[in-house]
Design a protein around this ligand. Structure first.
Ligand code: GUN
Ligand code: FE
Length: 442
């Protein structure tokens, strides 16, 4: 069997720092060894502990870097890659003016493949090893994304976008045809290699009762597929939604009525949720993708992470970049903006909490924590090597890596505030190098 190992300073989480003492949730091995066999983690411990057992192993050493489980992006639109930074509008106008015309270009399969390929390389460059991705209404836009992810051996979740009203004709699908296309896509891709499928009604506004009914039928037919949508992002969106679905008491109920809220449901944003909606999300085991760069960019509002985490049974939360409304593919930049969003509400977000959300927190939100999110033995070996001194300014800030958790908290905080793709020195997928900044590149 193929055995190799990585030696360096490792940071991951064994539990949720929102629930227990941070010092007990963090696992930090200042000099650790990660042993990989056939793309999975075979052993993980202090170098000293494992050195004799794995004496003549092929070891790659990273010193002065921080090695983390790969980042998980819990909400991102691959067709919007090229329209990032489209200025001057809030959600509904932004969709009509920029987004829908851009997504229409994906009727061309070769165009879709070119962007899918760029998008996945950009994820890897940013240290994102898994993502929950929106596509377009065109089934081939799902095929090309999965084909490209398969070539890169990535664990990726995606699905065809369902839209049946309130968008230009060229971007609407027929509910019944889309239902059949989804069945075919699920059979073709769900659990194929590392790929998983998500039923993806865009949001309540573009959905008819028929579309949501058939989405619910699909979910009942394939219970372990995901449901992925937007929820309560923008005040005008919420107003329009309640006009379209007057029989429902709130936004979440639109999805609940059709059987679309479960422990495999991920909703982006959740900015303007009531206490009742938070509680129902929690009871269902559903998750929210917190998308701070997008929420600031579109002026949507401030997500209350404090509320999501302080209720009796906290809601699962992870980070979404939400590109193209989001302004960066970097989970580090996303964490930096999350910190500011929490500050504006008088709360606090520690570096450990932020790194937890981007790794094990998101893996749990996806019910994939048996496979991803930490260095536990048996998990898939997707991990990243972060350079704490990637830029002159980061080097001047002089982050130190000692055995002390306090030093680590401070260094990790500087990394998330100042870091971006330049700090991602290497990205490994299933133990293989998938991206690397060579010394001559910087
Ligand atoms: N709500 C419905 N569609 C979208 C989208 O493409 N981006 C964002 N941010 N919100 C949405
Ligand atoms: Fe989005």
């Amino acid at each position: 069997s193929q055995l190799h190992a990585i030696r360096g300073s490792f940071l991951d989480f064994v539990d949720d720092p929102f629930l227990i003492a941070e010092s007990e949730s963090v696992r930090y091995l200042a000099d650790g060894l990660l042993v990989i066999e056939n793309g999975k983690i075979k052993a993980f411990d202090h170098y000293e502990t494992l050195r004799d057992q794995y004496a003549d192993l092929d070891i790659t050493t990273y010193s002065g870097n921080l090695i983390l489980p790969g980042f998980i992006d819990l909400h991102v639109h691959y067709p919007q890659t090229e329209m990032i930074a489209a200025h001057g509008e809030q959600l509904l106008e932004w969709l009509n003016k920029y987004t829908f015309p851009t997504e229409a270009k994906f009727r061309d399969v070769e165009y879709a493949r070119t962007i899918a390929s760029f998008f996945l390389d950009e994820l890897l460059r940013n240290g994102t090893t898994t993502a929950l991705v929106l596509t377009t209404i065109f089934p081939h836009s799902v095929d090309v994304l999965f084909e490209e992810a398969q070539r890169r051996d990535m664990r990726l979740i995606a699905g065809q976008v369902l839209m049946t009203r309130n968008a230009p004709d060229f971007l609407l699908n027929d509910a019944k045809i889309a239902y059949e296309q989804n069945r075919e896509l699920i059979r073709k891709w769900h659990h194929k290699d590392r790929l998983l499928y998500a039923i993806t009604p865009r949001f309540a506004i573009t959905s008819t009762n028929e579309e949501l009914t058939l989405a619910g039928v699909l979910k009942a037919e394939f219970p372990d597929v995901y449901v992925h949508s937007h929820l309560s992002e923008n005040l005008k969106e919420i107003e329009f939604t309640s006009a379209l679905f007057p029989e429902n008491k709130d936004y979440l109920e639109v999805y609940e009525r059709f059987g679309l809220v479960s422990d495999r449901s991920i909703f982006a944003h959740g900015i303007h949720l009531s206490d009742s909606e938070f509680e129902r999300l929690s009871n269902a085991g559903a998750a929210i993708a917190f998308c701070p760069t997008s929420n600031l960019f579109l002026g949507s509002g401030l997500f209350s992470l404090g509320k999501a985490k302080s209720i009796e049974q906290p809601v699962n939360v992870g980070f979404g970049t939400d590109v193209g409304a989001g302004t960066s593919f970097s989970l580090l930049q996303t964490m930096a903006d999350a910190y500011k969003v929490i500050q504006l509400q008088g709360g606090q977000l520690s570096a450990f909490q932020a790194f937890y959300l981007a790794t094990l927190g998101s893996a749990r939100a996806l019910s994939l924590d048996d496979k991803l999110g930490s260095f536990d033995g048996g998990k898939e070996a997707d991990f990243i090597v972060l350079d704490l001194q990637a830029t002159p300014l980061m080097a001047l800030r002089n982050p130190t890596l000692t055995a002390s958790l306090e030093d680590l908290a401070s260094s990790a905080f500087a990394l998330m505030m100042l870091g971006d793709d330049r700090a991602v020195k290497a990205t490994y997928i299933k133990g293989n190098l998938a991206h690397e900044i060579k010394p001559s590149d910087s």
